[in-house]
Design a protein around this ligand. Structure first.
Ligand code: NDP
Length: 323
């Protein structure tokens, strides 16, 4: 029997129930994975709370790394014993699971299970945000909110490697220091400072080419005031709550701005795009350009505590559950 953390009704961290489950054998196109490490992401809290509605009941989480222990009919890319990692396949908080083989990526020997489980969702997200949604390079000035979080620390390192000027925000002095140590050029405490004014000062009044905003409610519409004319607002998350009053006319009055609300799922829907994205991520991590900070590990059964800490802004970098 596998140990899983299942949700029967939407709610707070207390709805994460530790249970035993017979996961069965893989069907056509599936593999069975013995998981060695499981990623915890902010999206897991939206799926738990019901901000993102899920069919109930479901096993929480969508990211992990482990060993293939069985393959279903028609699977040719994987064999028993292969190491694999994935993101975006619901059912992650489990010691063993079935999953579609076309969502799994082979893990290079140079990357350990904890690193893989911590980075697939956040790292592939940063890859599409910096390389596709906006092509960041030398000369780019960007604003990254929550720069000391899981996404944030990966983004600071990768954007620095690409030559960008990075303005980051975070809520405590320790977080400001941490993000700076990971490549942020300027850091602003958005809890205590007038961050819009500070961005204008730092950019000499010009504003940023692109703002990456996954804080949501609390940083809207201020983030729009941090952009140059024709700048791009990338709204990709809701850590402080969802934006419910989006006003498209603001894009006009604030300088013919662009706005997008992207998801990783769209960018890696095709298997070839998933592989290309993962290979880029494996490359920067294997070369040491991006270090994955697994700053918090919990036993799988303590998933509720991991959610409390993540939502309580007590974490930095990435979080992993160990089965
Ligand atoms: P983080 O580790 O970044 O944790 C969230 C951070 O948000 C906190 O540490 C906190 O940093 C900041 N924050 C600001 N306001 C609040 C608030 N009111 N309550 C809680 N936290 C707050 O999480 P992840 O790296 O997992 O994800 C970051 C964001 O990226 C999330 O919004 C997530 O949904 C989004 N995301 C989007 C994807 C996409 O493709 N669209 C894919 C993956 C993630 P501080 O204390 O410094 O303010």
């Amino acid at each position: 029997m596998a140990q899983v953390v299942r949700i029967h009704e939407h709610g707070g961290p207390e709805v994460l129930k530790v249970e035993e489950m017979d996961v069965g054998e893989p069907g056509p196109g599936q593999v069975k994975l013995r998981q060695r490490a499981i990623g915890v992401n902010y999206i897991d809290t939206y799926q738990r709370s019901g901000l993102y509605k899920m069919p109930l009941p479901f096993v929480a989480g969508s990211e992990g790394a482990g060993d293939v222990i069985a393959v279903g009919p028609g699977v040719t890319d994987f064999k028993v014993g292969d190491r694999g990692a994935y993101a975006g396949a619901i059912g992650g908080y489990a010691s063993e699971r079935l999953m579609p083989a076309d969502r799994l990526v082979k893990l290079p020997d140079s990357i350990d299970y904890n690193t893989a489980a911590a980075m697939m969702l956040q790292g592939m997200t940063v890859r599409y945000l910096l390389r596709q949604t906006y092509k960041v390079g030398p000369g780019t000035t960007l604003l990254m909110h929550a720069a000391a979080g899981g996404i944030g620390l990966i983004a600071c390192q990768w954007a620095k490697h690409l030559g960008a000027t990075i303005i980051g925000t975070a809520s405590t002095p320790d977080k400001l220091e941490l993000a700076k140590a990971h490549g942020a050029t300027h850091m602003i405490n958005y809890k205590t400072e007038d961050w819009v004014k500070r961005v204008k000062e730092i950019t000499g009044g010009a504003g940023c080419d692109v703002v990456y905003d996954a804080v949501g409610k609390d940083t809207y519409p201020g983030s729009l005031d941090c952009l140059k004319p024709l700048g791009l607002w990338v709204s990709f998350g809701n850590a402080s709550g969802a934006i419910t009053n989006f006003d498209i006319l603001l894009l006009s009055s604030k300088g013919s701005l662009y706005a997008t609300r992207p998801t990783l799922g769209t960018y890696v829907a095709k298997r070839e795009d998933l592989i290309a994205n993962a290979n880029d991520l494996f490359d920067v991590v294997s070369k040491g350009v991006v270090k994955i900070n697994v700053n918090h590990t919990y036993a799988l059964k303590d998933a509720a505590q991991a959610h409390r800490d993540l939502e309580g802004r007590k974490t930095t970098g990435s979080i992993v559950l160990l089965p």
